[in-house]
Design a protein around this ligand. Structure first.
Ligand code: AMP
Ligand code: ZN
Length: 887
């Protein structure tokens, strides 16, 4: 050790490799690049012009691959122009591996500053020593060990030049002997140049003897040194010092340098940015802020916010509110009136974010401000900026307005008003204003237009978060499918997606050329059926069963059995009598009986599910619901009659296939009803046709035209409501219009008598009555999961069988399989029931129960759900466990 470095660049431009003959020297071979010169050998003469200061440049190790591009860049920049700027710039790199095992690998280091990731390249050190001695060598070898790039300068001039060329992170200046040069002067001259701002300068001071007094470091600090190093030529001592500096100050400086990038970003940011201290003293404003407020930064920085004129429109409350918010470390956003230097008041959208710093305390507040462009002043401010900024630079102006057009509904962005001065397409904001103006001048407003207008108006003065939330609301309101929940496509259970696809879509998967031949055997006859003459002469076994008709647990399948699959006539007679339907319609019981008979005859007994037993079941549920206090109180007699008739006819002539099937098959009915609510339209139309065709069964023949029209309208509305594509629309409307408004009354302590009040309110609003009737028939239609377990199981078996038959036929006819899970060979009925309940039943019955109070149904629903879950957990795919099958 102790050998001098191997390369020396002289004033004459000659680089000497001294001591390189030594076999153990780490610098045996050197590569010298300067401009085009890349030479190997002991003596290297560069083509550098003029004086090249006495600089030694050395790097003992081959830099790691990650550092290579940087080196290459430096070499490339050593061309003619670079050379003339820095004539002495030379890089000398020894590429032999050092023999020293303790050498640290020079490598790049990843450093995190907040969210920024930086790469720190190997440290560069400049040693400024008047002459070579043990101390300079100590640092030299310490650099070698630490993997730092090292230069040595012997004169103040070469030192400065070398620094200006390489901007070393650490400079070590020999401060032991003032005979050769004045270390403090050198330090000052280096500090006088800008790049030294981030450099750590170390003074090597003479060792003091025991009897000497320690001197203050202050003169050194004043001269620009950062620290002192007591003379110590031990390589380890030098190494430790340098490494500590790297990990401490150099790294902090490196991080600080990154702030420059952030400040540059802020300076170019189009939003106004202001940074204050925790006491609201302005520390920074960006050019956009200066423009917006009309001040230059010199007038703002160092001022307390309270010293600036405030707009009178900001009430003290608002300022207090902001303060309380941000002092708690919370972000505040809102609209704020500010006064410009010129005295104008402008409206700004402001976002103030507290920044936590030292000691976990709030150390700064960062405010981002955008002009809120509703007031004239704002537009003026913007306009003047815009003109100032873009005059004579059309391309920039265009690209700016283009950017603005592409931004998401930047309703509050100042740039949105550019279209006044350019012929760019109107921005969203401008469009909003002009369309608002048009809408306001319209005389006939659709309710949705009114809603949108109200929201638009509310947006004008709301904080940006609210305005943005309202934007989202408007987006949703503008879609037509307001009530259809969006099914997740991938993760959704196939049973649910099949049911939804099968029940809630119409003609989307229609195939041409597959004709579904619809039964034309409309049954107009009723004479061949054994029917009782009056409700009083029904066979005793049937009468006995019907005694129980008012309870929810009434067994419709027993009635089906004893009536030879004609339960609808018998139940109809009984129920219609109970609700005084003949009286209301002013028709004889004979006509009513004939009508029931015709309707029942047009249900397909061959369908396992959609037969007249299902109609009777729905009629039974409807009658049950009509008996509930709230329902009875909310509806009129006409509504009751309409509901009972609707329930009776609601699936008449059902072919046992879904709407999707009919559409896919291109059936006559699908063609007739344009693939829209095909079956429901058919059930209603056919029912009225059958009723009015023959006066013997025309139950409407004796009511006046107006009453007929009202009744007919109510019936049609209810039957159409059973169409499943509108399921969520009906349920949601009911929840929003009936459940929600009732909820506060129910929880209020003075809710006595509120039941009658509430129903009276509903009665006053025919729209609400309509929602109740729709909900009632919908619930009655799919009440089978709320029936006693045995009945529920029977219905599940029947609907599954009907679906299986459809899948069989789809396969036979080469039609699209609408609900592939309903394949008789593979289907898990419990899973399908769980999906049906989860997706369609639970929410709807929760809402209906909340209104009509139906504890028995809800209990059955819970039990039945448990039944299906148990089967599913046991991987059982059928209706019951094998052990229960004999029951
Ligand atoms: P409707 O055709 O008027 O009876 O409408 C009710 C819809 O719900 C029909 O498409 C039925 O197929 C379906 N549905 C009723 N009960 C069930 C059930 N337990 N499982 C699956 N689907 C059902
Ligand atoms: Zn039905």
């Amino acid at each position: 050790m102790g050998c001098a470095p191997s390369i020396h660049v002289s004033h004459s431009g000659v680089i000497y490799c001294r001591d390189s003959e030594e076999s153990n020297s780490p610098h045996q071979t050197t590569t010298i690049s300067q401009g085009t010169a890349t030479l190997h050998g002991l003596f290297v003469k560069t083509d550098a012009a003029d004086s090249i200061p006495s600089v030694l440049a050395y790097q003992s190790r081959q830099p790691p691959p990650s550092a290579a591009p940087r080196r290459k860049e430096r070499r490339e920049s050593g061309g003619a122009s670079a050379r003339s700027r820095t004539p002495h710039c030379c890089s000398v790199e020894a590429e032999t591996q050092t023999s020293s095992s303790s050498v640290k690998q020079a490598s790049t280091t990843e450093i995190q500053v907040g969210p920024m990731r930086l790469t720190q390249y190997p440290i560069q050190v400049l040693l400024i020593f008047a002459k070579e001695d043990n101390q300079s060598n100590g640092f030299w070898w310490a650099c070698d060990r630490a993997g730092y790039r090292c230069n040595i300068a012997w004169t103040p001039e070469s030192a400065l030049e070398c620094f200006l060329d390489k901007h070393q992170e650490i400079i070590v200046i020999d401060h032991r002997n003032s005979r050769y040069f004045d270390a403090e002067d050198i330090c000052r001259s280096i500090r006088a140049v800008e790049p030294s701002e981030h450099t750590v300068i170390l003074a090597v001071v003479p060792r003091i003897s025991a009897d000497q007094e320690e001197t203050s470091v202050l003169p050194l600090l004043d001269a620009g040194f950062d620290r002192q190093f007591m003379e110590n030529s031990s390589v380890t001592a030098c190494y430790n010092e340098l490494v500590q500096i790297e990990h401490g100050e150099v790294r902090s400086q490196f991080k600080l340098r990154a702030c420059n990038a952030v400040f540059t970003a802020l300076d170019h940011c189009q939003e106004a940015v202001e940074i204050t201290s925790e006491d609201h003293v302005i520390q920074y404003v960006n050019p956009a802020f200066e423009q917006m407020m009309g001040y230059c930064k010199g007038e703002l920085i160092g001022k307390e916010l309270t010293e600036l004129p405030k707009s009178d429109k900001n009430c003290a409350d608002l300022l207090d509110n902001i303060n309380t918010f941000i002092k708690k470390g919370k972000e505040w956003q809102g609209v704020y009136h500010a006064r410009r230097k010129s005295g104008d008041s402008i409206q700004q959208h402001v976002k103030i974010t507290p920044v936590i710093g030292q000691g976990g305390k709030i150390r700064h507040f960062v405010s981002l401000k955008r002009l809120h462009c509703t007031n004239e002043n704002n537009k003026q401010v913007y306009k003047s900026h815009h003109e100032e900024k873009y005059t004579g630079d059309n391309s920039q102006s265009e690209s700016n307005s283009y950017k603005c057009k592409n931004r998401r509904k930047d309703s509050v962005d100042v740039k949105s008003i550019t279209s006044q001065s350019s012929d760019a397409a109107p921005s969203l904001q401008t469009r909003r204003y002009s369309s608002m103006a048009r809408i306001h001048s319209m005389t006939i407003e659709a309710p949705i237009t009114k809603v949108i207008n109200i929201i638009n108006a509310a947006q004008e003065n709301s904080p940006i978060t609210v305005a943005e939330a309202l934007d989202r609301v408007l987006e949703i309101l503008r879609t037509t499918e307001l009530y259809s929940p969006q099914l997740g496509t991938k993760d959704e259970d196939p049973h649910t997606s099949d049911l939804v696809g099968g029940l809630m879509t119409d003609g989307l998967r229609r195939l041409s050329g597959n004709e579904y031949v619809f039964s034309k055997n409309v049954n107009l006859s009723h004479s061949h059926l054994p029917v009782p003459n009056t409700i009083n002469d029904v066979p005793p076994c049937i009468a006995q069963l019907l005694d129980n008709e008012e309870t929810w647990d009434f067994n419709i399948f027993e009635l089906e059995a004893v009536t030879n699959k004609r339960p609808l006539v018998y139940l109809g007679l009984k129920v219609f009598a109970r609700f005084g339907v003949s009286e209301f319609l002013n028709c004889s019981e004979v006509t009513l009986r004939a009508w029931l008979q015709v309707i029942e005859a047009n249900y397909h007994s061959s369908n396992s599910y959609h037969n007249s037993t299902h109609a009777a079941d729905v009629l039974h549920a409807t009658a049950f619901f009509l008996g509930k206090e709230r329902v009875k109180g909310s509806l009129d007699h006409l509504d009751e009659v309409a509901a009972l008739i609707a329930a009776t006819i609601h699936d008449v002539d059902h072919p046992g296939r879904t709407n999707s099937f009919l559409c896919n098959a291109g059936s006559e009915l699908a063609v007739l009803y344009n693939d829209t609510a095909v079956l429901e339209s058919h059930h209603t139309a056919l029912a009225f046709q059958l009723t009015t065709k023959d006066s013997k069964c025309n139950i409407f023949k004796n009511i006046d035209r107006n009453r007929y029209r009202t009744l007919r309208q109510a019936i049609i509305d209810m039957v159409l409501a059973t169409e499943m594509t509108k399921h969520f629309e009906h349920v949601n409307k009911f929840v929003n219009s009936i459940n929600k408004p009732m909820a506060p009354e129910e929880t209020s302590p003075h809710s006595e008598g509120s039941d009658t009040e509430c129903t009276a309110n509903i009665k006053n609003f025919p729209d609400n009555q309509t929602l109740i009737k729709r909900m009632m028939i919908k619930c009655a239609d799919v009440a089978n999961p709320c029936r006693p377990l045995e009945l529920c199981i029977e219905w599940a078996g029947r609907i599954s069988e009907e679906y299986f038959a459809q899948t069989d036929e789809e396969k036979r006819q080469g039609l699209p399989v609408v609900m592939p899970v309903f394949d008789r060979n593979t289907c898990s009925i419990p899973k399908s029931q769980i999906s049906f309940i989860d997706y369609f039943i639970t929410d709807m019955f929760d809402a209906w129960d909340a209104f009509a109070h139906l504890p028995v149904l809800m209990q059955h629903l819970a039990n039945n759900y448990k039944h299906w879950k148990t089967l599913d957990d046991l991987k059982c795919k059928s209706l019951r466990l094998p052990s229960e099958n004999n029951n």
